[in-house]
Each structure stands twice: as structure tokens, then as C-alpha cells.
Design a protein around this ligand. Structure first.
Ligand code: ADP
Length: 578
């Protein structure tokens, strides 16, 4: 390609490249809704660059080639302008389906007819190379499609301006500023183009339109960077109406349905008739309360239950009447889906009731149980005196069951204490061996078939609540015994772990499937492999874990189904012990 630069072409080539650079920057920065404006800038840059090359060319072929390049910009500008405006005013749905293709139909036809012009002369009827002031130009006569393309160009321009001015009703100042910049930015160069088209040519063959366009494009884009003009994308009011998550029904002054948003349409999908224009009372004909809300000019609210496929949904319905000069003009009825909220609230109340019941029931059970234990003690004394071994045995068994019952009730009470945050902890320093020995005694009393082996350094001094720590270890030991009926050895290991004492209780029993480990510390959770065979409530581990957590420690599980289980936890060492 041979370029003979001159003032006219240099200006275009330089400003076209600069504009292209700014357009690419904007393309990256602008948000989706405003992005098409950067496409227009790219098209204008191509137009300017194409014309710049044309003005630096002398041969017929090179001028023709640069015209093709120029036309990529010229033909696509009006289509891109349409898209940019439609996006800007928030009517994206106008671009759905094949409408986008329709917008590009004329630009594509223009390009095809231009490229094949020498076969039909529909775009340019004649083309002739002329020389003027040392430069070469193509002198053309306009063909029929040239007219179509020009008409398309202006129609699209006017249509876009109409949309901007008439359809885009928005009150916020910043959006008005944006709109005005776009309107002025578009009007300037187009006025130039009109004058060119009607024959005003101060430099004879020179078309000044690309100069005007490129100038405006640069000014507008620099305006963007300087004043951050386009950082706020406007949201058309109808758009808000469309996307709002509540169902909105608008009634006119005669209480007929004037309009509704898509969500409302969804809520009313069971209503077979087209309700626009109908009396709103007909929407729920059997519902007196709704009829009342519709007829009243006061703002009202009610609850409505509606079927949505197989689900019953609850809506909180509220009406707001509108007045102009004290005359009633209609009302807005809003349907808010509160199904989930109600379900959650119901569940919360139910849980609350359950917790209250547990707390009250276990308190009430504790008193007669304490009395029973007292009487059993007296009965034991009497049986000793009577020297009746079977009677003594029965009383001993009754005592054991009473202890079990007391244990369960204490656990339930602990759960409600934990839930209400009322569990008290009395921290003191003591050797953990004291607690462990008591727990081993307790375990030996529980089962004569098991032996508990103590390993590691049990002399470590810990800082903890003695009774609560005992509760944790006893729970782990009794679980280890309960869930390993076939394996007699249970081991307890104590070691130092930084500033913590690490305690682990290991058995070789039924184990726990890996995927259930996370749920084990949940209240009332019991794994499937124990449910039928072993008695229990599923709260021991929940309490133990809470106690460990409150001591600043952590409980972990290592287990596989059928291969035994090891439960470990950390409890802080006494300060002087580390
Ligand atoms: P409970 O023993 O009363 O069911 P826990 O809260 O103490 O309640 O234990 C919860 C569940 O954890 C048990 O039901 C059981 O599924 C599982 N589990 C606890 N310890 C062991 C263990 N040593 N071996 C196997 N499973 C265990």
C-alpha cells in the first residue's frame, strides 16, 4: 500500500488511531449496559481510518479498498447506535430473538452490494477517479441502495434520539446529563452529514462528516474519563416494575386491573381469564377479605393462601391508594411471598417449645427421682438387716436403674442449660489423673467384660472444671464400652500437646462410617449402625463437645465402620505446667 500523507489524511489517521485506543480502554471499563457506546466509537475509528487511507491514496484500486474499510464503520454505526440506545434505556428485551439480526440486515446488505458493486451498480451508479488540488478522489453518483442506506442511517438516528428524549423518562440529574451528552454528541456530526448529503461541500470532494464524528467521539470519551459521566447506568422505572420480586397489581380508579408485573402474572397463573381491564374483585371471587381490600380507599393488608402447583404459599397482601388533588385515582396492591418466613418462624417456635418442654420435664422428673433414691437407700438398710440376699439384689438393681435414669435426666438438663447459655464452669488447676481414675472406676463398674488400659502421662496438671471434665471422659469411656460389645479392651491415652493436654479414648468396636463423623456432635444424632441395637439418646457427644469447646479445646474423631473408634480432645494445661 502506498500512502501519500497530507494534512487532511494525517488528522484522520492520527485521531482515528487515538479514538480506537480510547474506545478499547472504554470497552474494558464500561459496564455491560453502556458497552455498546464503545462499539460505536470503534466503528467511527474504522470509518476515520478508512477515509484517512483514502485521502492518502492515488490509485483507483487503493481508493476502492479504503472505501470498503471505511464502510465497515459507516454501515455498522447506525445499527450499533440503535443497540446502544436500547441498552441505555433498559429495554434489552427489544433485542431478543432475531431482532438483533434484523437490525444488522441493512448494514450487511450495504456491505455486500458495495463489494459487488461492479456487477450491478446498485450502490454507486458510476465511479470515476478525479484529481483535485494534488489529491485523488472518487467522484460517484448515488445508486438506489446508497439512498436506502442513507435513509436507514437517518431513520435510525432519529429513532434513537426519539427513544432517548421521549421514552427515557428519568428524574435523576446524573442520567439526564448522560442523556444530554449522548444527544448532543450524536446531533453535531449528523448535522454535518446532512449538509454534506444535501450538497454543501466547502472543500469540494472532501467529506467532513468523519472529522466531525471523530472529534465528537474523542470529546465524549475524554468527558467520560474526566467527569466519570458514565459510571452510573440508569435504570428505567418500568424495569424496576418488571424485576421487583413482589407481585404488583395496579388498579385504576374504577378498581379495574390496569397493569401487573411479571411476578404478579406468575402468582396469578392459575387464573384462566386475561384479567387486564377486568374488575379486580374477580381475581379472587370467593375471598371476601380481598374484595374488601379492593373496594376500600384506605390502605389495607391481609394474608392470602394460594396454591402454586403442589405447594400452598402464603402471601402478605397490602394495598396503597393513590390520590391526585384529593381524587382517588386507583391503587397498588403488593403481594409479598412470606411462605418461607412463616415456615422458619413456625420451626423456631416449635424448637423453642421443645426446648422448654425438655427443660421443664427434666426438672419435674428430677424431684421424684431424688426421693426414690432416698427410699431405695432406706430399703437397702432394711434388706441388710433382714439378711435377705435376693431382696438386696433387687434393690441394688433398682438403684442402678435409678442412677441411669438420673444420668439421662441430668443430660437433658445439661442440653437445655447449653441451649440457654446457662451452663456454669468453675475452673481450677488439678492433675488430670484424679479425674481419669474416677472415670476408670466408673467404667469398671459399668461393665465387667471390659478392661480399661491407661497409657501416657496422666500426671499432667490441667485447668478445667473438674466435674465437667469428668463428664466428658466418662461419656467417651461409656460409649467406648457400649459400642464395642465384642472387644474387651478400651484404652485411654494422655499426652502433652503444646499448652494443651491431649486425651484420647480408643476402642475396637463397631466404629462409625466416615461420612457420619461431622454429624456426631449434633444434638440427638445417632448413627444408623447403632440405632436398633444400642440404647441411647444421642446427646452425650453433643454435651461433651460443648464442654470441650467452652474450655477452649477441640474434639476430633478417627474411625471407620467395623474398625473401632478413637475420640480425642484437647483441654488447656494449668499455666505453670507448660
Ligand atoms: P448415644 O450413645 O446416647 O447414642 P452419644 O451422643 O454419646 O449418644 O453418641 C452419638 C452417636 O455417636 C452414637 O449414637 C453412635 O452412633 C456414635 N458413637 C459414639 N461413640 C461411639 C463409639 N465409641 N463407637 C461407635 N459409635 C459411637
Amino acid at each position: 500500500m502506498n500512502l501519500d500523507l497530507n494534512v487532511f489524511s494525517s488528522i484522520l489517521l492520527f485521531s482515528g488511531s487515538f479514538n480506537l485506543f480510547v474506545a478499547l480502554l472504554l470497552f474494558q471499563r464500561l459496564e455491560k449496559r453502556l458497552k455498546p457506546f464503545s462499539y460505536i466509537m470503534i466503528a467511527i475509528s474504522i470509518w476515520a481510518l478508512g477515509y484517512g487511507v483514502q485521502l492518502s491514496s492515488h490509485t483507483y484500486n487503493q481508493i476502492l479498498f479504503s472505501t470498503y474499510l471505511e464502510y465497515v464503520g459507516i454501515a455498522s454505526t447506525p445499527a450499533l447506535w440503535q443497540i446502544a440506545i436500547i441498552r441505555f434505556i433498559g429495554k434489552e428485551k427489544w433485542l431478543a430473538g432475531n431482532r438483533l439480526a434484523l437490525i444488522f440486515l441493512i448494514p450487511v446488505t450495504t456491505m455486500v452490494l458495495l463489494l459487488t458493486n461492479e456487477h450491478h451498480y446498485l450502490y454507486y451508479s458510476t465511479l470515476e477517479l478525479v484529481q483535485y488540488r494534488g489529491m485523488a478522489f472518487l467522484e460517484i453518483t448515488k445508486g438506489p441502495w446508497y439512498m436506502v442506506n442513507t435513509a436507514y442511517f437517518y431513520t435510525m438516528l432519529l429513532w434513537g434520539l426519539y427513544l432517548l428524549v421521549a421514552q427515557f423518562k428519568i428524574d435523576d440529574k446524573i442520567y439526564k446529563k448522560q442523556r444530554n451528552v449522548i444527544v448532543l454528541g450524536a446531533l453535531g456530526p449528523w448535522l454535518f452529514n446532512v449538509t454534506y448529503q444535501v450538497g454543501y461541500k466547502p472543500f469540494l470532494y472532501l467529506d467532513l462528516t468523519p472529522y466531525a464524528f471523530i472529534l465528537t467521539s474523542i470529546i465524549v470519551s475524554l468527558g467520560f474519563f474526566r467527569y466519570k459521566l458514565f459510571e452510573f447506568a440508569p435504570i428505567a422505572k418500568e424495569k424496576v416494575f418488571d424485576v421487583i420480586q413482589e407481585g404488583v397489581l395496579v388498579l385504576d380508579r374504577l378498581d379495574r386491573v390496569a397493569s401487573m408485573n411479571p411476578e404478579m402474572r406468575h402468582i396469578l397463573k392459575h387464573v384462566s381469564m386475561d384479567i387486564i381491564g377486568q374488575d379486580a374483585k374477580a381475581v379472587f371471587p370467593g375471598n371476601q377479605e380481598f374484595q374488601g381490600l379492593v373496594s376500600s380507599q384506605k390502605n389495607r393488608g391481609l394474608e392470602l393462601e394460594l396454591w402454586d402447583e403442589e405447594k400452598l404459599r402464603t402471601f402478605s397482601v397490602s394495598s396503597t391508594s393513590m390520590f391526585e388533588d384529593q381524587l382517588y385515582t386507583g391503587k397498588i396492591i403488593i403481594f409479598r411471598d412470606v411462605t418461607e418466613f412463616y415456615a422458619r418462624e413456625k420451626m423456631r417456635l416449635l424448637m423453642q417449645k421443645k426446648d422448654d418442654f425438655l427443660s421443664i420435664a427434666s426438672h419435674e422428673l428430677k424431684t421424684p427421682l431424688t426421693t426414690m433414691k432416698g427410699y431405695l437407700k432406706i430399703a437397702e438398710g432394711i434388706a441388710d438387716k433382714l439378711e435377705d440376699p435376693s431382696c438386696r439384689d433387687f434393690i441394688r438393681k433398682a438403684g442402678k436403674q435409678t442412677d441411669k435414669l438420673a444420668g439421662l435426666i441430668n443430660d437433658l438438663l445439661d442440653v437445655s442449660k447449653i441451649e440457654s447459655g446457662k451452663m456454669q464452669y468453675h475452673l481450677e488447676d488439678f492433675p488430670i489423673s484424679e479425674v481419669i481414675e474416677d472415670c476408670i472406676d466408673f467404667a469398671n463398674n459399668t461393665s465387667s467384660n471390659h478392661i480399661v488400659v491407661l497409657e501416657g502421662n496422666s500426671d499432667l496438671q490441667v485447668r478445667a472444671d473438674r466435674n465437667r471434665l469428668e463428664q466428658v471422659i466418662c461419656n467417651l469411656l461409656s460409649n467406648a464400652i457400649k459400642y464395642s460389645p465384642e472387644s474387651p479392651v478400651v484404652s485411654i491415652n494422655v499426652s502433652q500437646h503444646g499448652s494443651f493436654c491431649h486425651v484420647s479414648v480408643k476402642d475396637l468396636g463397631i466404629g462409625i462410617p466416615r461420612q457420619k463423623h461431622e454429624q456426631l456432635f449434633q444434638k440427638f444424632y445417632r448413627a444408623e449402625n447403632v440405632e436398633q441395637r444400642f440404647a441411647g439418646l444421642g446427646i452425650g457427644l453433643f454435651i461433651a463437645n460443648e464442654i470441650v469447646l467452652r474450655h477452649g479445646g477441640k474434639m476430633t474423631i478417627d474411625s471407620e465402620e467395623g474398625k473401632g473408634a478413637t475420640f480425642s480432645f484437647l483441654v488447656p494445661l494449668a499455666t505453670e505446667a507448660h
